[in-house]
Design a protein around this ligand. Structure first.
Ligand SMILES: [Zn+2]
Length: 232
């Protein structure tokens, strides 16, 4: 079997593969993807922080109400006329007043702690927004750089594709189909010589029966990597 045409095709296709791989492994594309992920993360984080801030504010509201209740009770006690009360009653009241003062103290501390938590959440929120904005900027830059790089090779890609299409017309349809199938699976090179009784692609040693099949047919499919093997 004359494989010179498919080998010529593969040689030219190799240039196209190189361009495709450059596009696939493009650093700007990788950066853009990474930045996009970071943006999503920052967005999720800001949603969580907003929820947390909402919970803290509700908590503050609750504590403030408790504070108000205790404060009102305190006012009631301090405005009481004690002259008509017995010593026991005065002692009892004084005990309650101390207890109220204690409660007010605790609530005051709770409020301070909650306010600190709110501040921490706000600061975290601001930081997250800053990260989001910086990632967004970096994403736009990388995306545009990537698109420009893709555009820059578009013409050579098109030229190669046209040349390949012309070459394909002169190649046996079965061979071309087999080639295209492997090409879609990201295998390259696809047509490889036998080297020391092994597949020139994956280097797995070929069974004797397959070697004699190759001798007879001039072509063989590697059972391991599915490349097309030929004898030089
Ligand atoms: Zn192989």
């Amino acid at each position: 079997m004359d494989l010179s045409k498919i080998l010529e095709y593969q040689k030219l296709d190799g240039q196209l593969v190189k361009i495709e791989r450059q596009i696939k492994n493009n650093e700007n594309k990788k950066t853009a993807n990474k930045m996009h992920e970071n943006m999503k993360e920052a967005q999720n984080k800001s949603v969580k922080l907003e929820e947390k801030a909402g919970q803290l504010l509700a908590e503050i509201d609750k504590v403030k109400k408790q504070f108000k209740v205790q404060e009102d009770k305190m006012k009631e006690f301090t405005s009481k006329d004690l002259s008509s009360l017995s010593k026991e009653e005065i002692d009892k009241l004084s005990g309650l007043k101390d207890k109220l003062a204690q409660n007010l103290n605790i609530l005051d501390r709770n409020l301070t702690a909650l306010a600190e938590s709110v501040n921490a959440v706000l600061s975290d929120f601001n930081k997250t927004i800053k990260i989001f904005n910086s990632c967004k900027e970096q994403f736009a830059k990388s995306k545009s750089a990537y698109e420009n790089e893709v555009k820059a090779v578009e013409a050579s890609q098109k030229e190669l594709q046209d040349k390949l299409a012309t070459l394909a017309k002169g190649i046996d349809a079965n061979v071309m189909d087999a080639y295209n199938k492997r090409r879609k699976e990201n295998i390259f090179p696809i047509v490889v010589p036998i080297v020391n009784n092994s597949c020139g692609g994956c280097h797995i040693e070929l069974p004797y029966a397959n070697i004699s099949k190759l001798e007879n047919d001039g072509i063989l499919t590697c059972e391991h990597c599915h490349r097309i093997i030929y004898k030089q």
